[in-house]
Design a protein around this ligand. Sequence first.
Ligand code: GLU
Length: 465
Amino acid sequence: MICTRFAPSPTGYLHIGSVRTALYCWLFAKKNGGKFILRVEDTDLERSTQEAVDIILNGMKWLGLSWDEGPYYQTERFDRYHAVISQLLTTGHAYKCYCSKERLEKLREMQILKKVKAKYDYHCRYQQPDNIPADAPYVIRFKNPLEGLVIIEDAIKGKIEIANEELDDLILARTDGSPTYNLSVVVDDADMGITHVLRGDDHINNTPRQINIFHALNFKPPIYGHLPMILAPDGKKLSKRHGAASVLDYKEMGILPHALLNYLARLGWSHGDQEIFSLEELIEFFDTYRINSAPAALNMEKLLWLNQHYIKTNTIDSLLGHVAYHFEKLDLDVSKGPSLKEVILVQKERVKTLKEMAEKSACFYTELAYEQISKEKFLVTQSKKILEVIYHHLTHLENWTKEALHACIQDTIKELGVKMPELAQPLRVAIIGHTTSPAIDSTLWLLGREKTLKRLSQSIQLIVM
Ligand code: GLU
């Protein structure tokens, strides 16, 4: 059975590049009727935090990237790693290294001076020191093969060959006995039956080392595929300062999870010219052959375009929960205004993000506050008559429906012989304090009869003749 895994280290935020890796692993598993495992690589006790674990779990849930197994935590598997390390010692694939820090530092300095590759010189591999005190500190090193090639048939980058002499006798266990990344990853990938490892190409140097450990343990290595980086729009390494590195940045921006998934799927992978993909289509069409091996740069405009598409075309019910999040963030009390469904109905054609939807709808839930510039421009003598007439008609309107309001506005501009903006703009300012709002009939409808009439009358009184 095909089995993939996403194995983030909980040392900070969940990087958008990691999310794309997770998505590709998820799609690949789903497409092949396989399994997707979540594994938290928290062996770096100093840098791992519970907060970062929560960010990973919440981010994955928000995106809907559900896992079939896990989350496994590496810190809960130390016994297993220790057992494997002992096994490697017993089978002669690993050895204790007593070299002191000072010796290793000197060695490095010499190698730099001689301009040769800095690597361990196999000192303890060939000769264990005599009379070692029982409590002498040591690390455990892997006996990497000295000759031959490691060949990686990378699913994305193609064939990669590395000579074993380029590789070090890497450390499997530190002086405190804790296992290192390369050891624990191999043990987990083997134990969890991982068949395909898709991960960032920052790990490409680890792959030949891990393959050698797999062989030493008599396990079959998985198929590897290394994904290129995602760059910032400016072509530089995408970091926190770009404000778009963490998956939660996108949630805060008001991006829909599916828009982000669709965007990330296409960033570095393609299926003809198709841009819009349902989840089912992504699962059906995804393959590793069409993953681009060159880094791709983020394009915010395209993401916003996709987001707008999904806001427009998704059902109101499916948007509700996501929109509610942004209302809460703005501290808007939904019980103080129109229902969220009504707001979504009116705004979904008009906004690019859910945050924008909440911001542009705030006026329906807050007290009337005039924007000074709009007040000075529109709540003026020439508008007073217009506002009085519409106020009069609105008070007599039987049904506060969008259709009735539309007809009422149309009748009023005809009656007064004015153009739409001459009525709509002062009316907007009179009832919501500024001029940016949906169509005027929708604005009236959302604000409701009571608030509209109260605010309108209050604003009319403000205008001095
Ligand atoms: N924990 C590693 C990371 O977050 C990933 C390891 C792997 O995918 O093999 O970079």
